[in-house]
Write a protein that binds this ligand. Structure first.
Ligand code: SF4
Length: 281
């Protein structure tokens, strides 16, 4: 048990890699935080990243990322994560690595050496024989048109990769309210479409209540029309992940939907788009 405790402390001190049990991944996900600096080009009203305290500035070090990934993958395979307190109720899940997921305290595609970091994850996946493990990029889609990022996407494609692109709105106006970004909405849509034309993508959408109001039916219809537009223009959407706020957010007026409300929205999206929609209330 001492070894387990030591590992627990070691992982807490890692800069880039952290283990989580993820409902959306269906098991153990090794998160890769490429944004210890907390930079993001969105400012979502529901964001749980605490930006009142500054992040750690500086470039991402691929060698350190590699060392951390090897250490945590080997610990998971040896069953050592299963002994960590927070995994006590999910010990069976804590051995099988479902994915290595680029998801952290900001937007991963904002770093200048994104492709190099994706290559590190691909190398570790291959070296450790993680044939069933996915590489997942969780992104707000704003940077998917950058040359280095597109190179990173090609590495993902060659290594059981999956791209989960955020879409929380149907109109520019609602997008500005919920994601509060300076990036134009049509750039997000264009990037999702261009990315989905090359490989199937997952759309991840957070639905919530703002100042007591859930998304209006007209906005939901506009959102559905955006998804259908991507498909009609030759894009492939593997599935939609519809979820809501899980923990209290810094904006107290941004609150969660009831499971029944989320299910009703998912049913409407299925009906209007014909897509597979999974809910995570
Ligand atoms: S895109 Fe993600 S990290 Fe960026 S503000 Fe939104 S929730 Fe936070």
């Amino acid at each position: 048990m001492a070894a387990v405790r030591d590992h627990s402390r070691t992982f807490a001190e890692f800069t880039y890699v952290y283990p989580v049990i993820s409902r959306r991944s269906g098991g153990l996900s090794l998160g890769i935080n490429l944004n210890p600096d907390k930079r993001c080009n969105f400012d979502c009203v529901y964001c749980e990243v605490d930006r009142r305290t500054p992040g750690k500035a500086g470039p991402v070090d691929p060698d350190r990322l590699r060392a951390e990934l090897f250490a945590i993958v080997r610990a998971a395979k040896a069953g050592e994560l299963a002994g960590i307190e927070k995994f006590r109720d999910a010990a069976d899940w804590a051995r099988q690595i479902k994915d290595l997921a680029f998801s952290g305290d900001g937007e991963p595609t904002m770093i200048p050496n994104f492709a190099a970091c994706v290559q590190v994850a691909a190398d570790v996946r291959r070296a450790e024989g993680l044939d069933d493990t996915k590489l997942v990029l969780i992104t707000d889609a704003a940077g998917l048109d950058k040359a280095d990022v597109r190179r990173g996407l090609e590495i993902l494609d060659a290594n059981n990769g999956e791209i989960w692109g955020k879409l929380d709105a149907g109109s520019e106006e609602y997008y500005r309210q919920v994601n509060r970004s300076h990036v134009r909405f049509d750039r997000i849509l264009r990037n999702l479409h261009a990315t989905a034309r090359v490989r199937p993508i997952v759309i991840q959408s957070l639905f919530l209540r703002m100042h007591g109001e859930a998304m209006a039916p007209g906005e939901l219809d506009a959102y559905c029309a955006r998804l259908s537009g991507i498909v009609l223009a030759g894009g492939r959407i593997k599935e939609v992940h519809a979820y809501t706020i899980a923990r209290p957010t810094p904006e107290p007026w941004a609150t969660k939907l009831d499971p029944a409300e989320l299910e009703a929205m998912a049913a409407r999206i299925r009906e209007q788009t014909g897509l597979i929609v999974r809910t995570f209330p």
